[in-house]
Design a protein around this ligand. Structure first.
Ligand code: GLY
Length: 355
């Protein structure tokens, strides 16, 4: 088990999170624990619950169940399970699970200790770190939520072998995003790995690099008052695509298309070199992620973007790369520019977009 110093709490990365459970319990000051988990990871969650000597409650989740209704169910489970402020809540699963259970723990009795146990690549590399919790509301991604730091984060590398290839690929969108933010070294490493079968990737290293990038940014801006916004690279477009497609397009795919869109905006606005944009698009495609979306209405996408948490007074604000390793946030763009980008991502990448 590797311990990475997180922004105020450790990120424990290993293939058997059960070994870290006692440490995490001691650190939380809790006297007992309860494990809430996505039923898709019941096997991993059982190991965890056994190690924590805690009851386990499984939930049917998925983006469409990332709702206040499921939160209400989690609150009922905590209440009927006798949870109080000395109870540590473990929330096991992918990004939906860690966001949703983290939200429930942050409002139950005005907040009880919480430790996400990330079992998907998205959750390990991004969602479980940084204290953001929440659920979708009124067709807006993560509209209801809180910032609340966990006691610790557990990244269950042992779960990777239980994931399908498509799920591994989906998670890589967040890892490519982190590498575009971090710079040449991690980005070049992904380019070198792209031709390797996903099962043979050194997931511990790849996840560690993304975690370190995220921790460094969150440590400087826990509540997203500024620079943390860079972590939303690709997400303004991505979240709009997910919402308008009624979550038929999974998060990683939407973020991959969003990364291409953000790069096109960087090209439109000047500053992002065509060669760097082409490298990002080529990497996403080499991994097998989509970079094109068809059949979604431009107007609906623009409206969804206006509801994004980063928009101000209905004005769209974007995160845009200037270079690999240099990403700007709070970038204004006119509707016409955004419409051109949306038209472009409805088509396959042109010759100039591939390296
Ligand atoms: N997923 C972006 C953030 O945590 O800030």
């Amino acid at each position: 088990m590797i311990a990475i110093e997180g922004p105020g709490y450790p990120i424990l990365v290993g293939d058997d999170p059960a070994v870290a459970v006692r440490d995490v319990l001691a650190r939380s000051g809790a006297q007992r624990a309860i494990v809430l988990a996505d039923r898709n990871v019941a096997g991993r969650a059982k190991l965890l619950a056994r190690a924590a000597e805690a009851p386990l409650v499984l939930f049917k989740l998925g983006e469409r169940r990332k709702t206040l209704r499921t939160v209400a169910r989690a609150l009922e489970v905590l209440l009927h399970g006798g949870a109080d402020r000395r109870t540590l809540v473990f929330g096991a699963g992918g990004g939906v699970a860690t966001d949703l259970f983290g939200f429930a723990a942050s409002i139950y009795m005005r907040g009880v200790p919480f430790a996400p146990v990330a079992t998907s690549v998205v959750a390990m590399a991004d969602a479980s770190i940084g204290g953001k919790t929440g659920v979708d509301f009124a067709a807006r991604k993560n509209l209801a939520g809180t910032f609340r730091d966990p006691v610790a984060v557990l990244c269950d590398l042992g779960a990777i072998e239980t994931l399908r290839r498509a799920q591994l690929r989906e998670g890589l969108a967040e890892i490519v995003k982190a590498a575009v933010i971090a710079g040449e070294e991690p980005f070049g490493r992904l380019e070198a790995l792209a031709a390797t079968p996903l099962r043979a990737w050194p997931w511990d290293e790849v996840i560690r690099a993304a975690v370190e990038t995220k921790c460094a940014i969150v440590a400087g801006d826990r509540l997203e008052a500024g620079r943390r916004e860079v972590l939303n690279l690709g997400h303004t477009f991505g979240h709009a695509i997910e919402s308008v497609a009624k979550f038929e397009i999974p998060h990683g795919s939407a973020v991959a298309i969003g990364l291409r869109a953000a790069g096109l905006l960087g090209l439109e606005q000047g500053g992002f070199a065509a060669a760097d944009h082409a490298r990002v698009v080529t990497l996403l495609q080499a991994i097998g992620l989509p970079v094109r979306v068809r059949g979604l209405r431009r107007r609906a996408l623009l409206n969804a973007m206006r509801g994004d948490k980063k928009a101000r007074d209905g004005r769209l604000r974007f995160v845009v790369p200037s270079a690999i390793g240099n990403v700007r946030f709070g970038v204004d763009a006119s509707d016409e520019t955004v419409e051109r980008v949306l038209d472009a991502v409805a088509k396959p990448p042109g010759d100039g977009e591939r390296s």
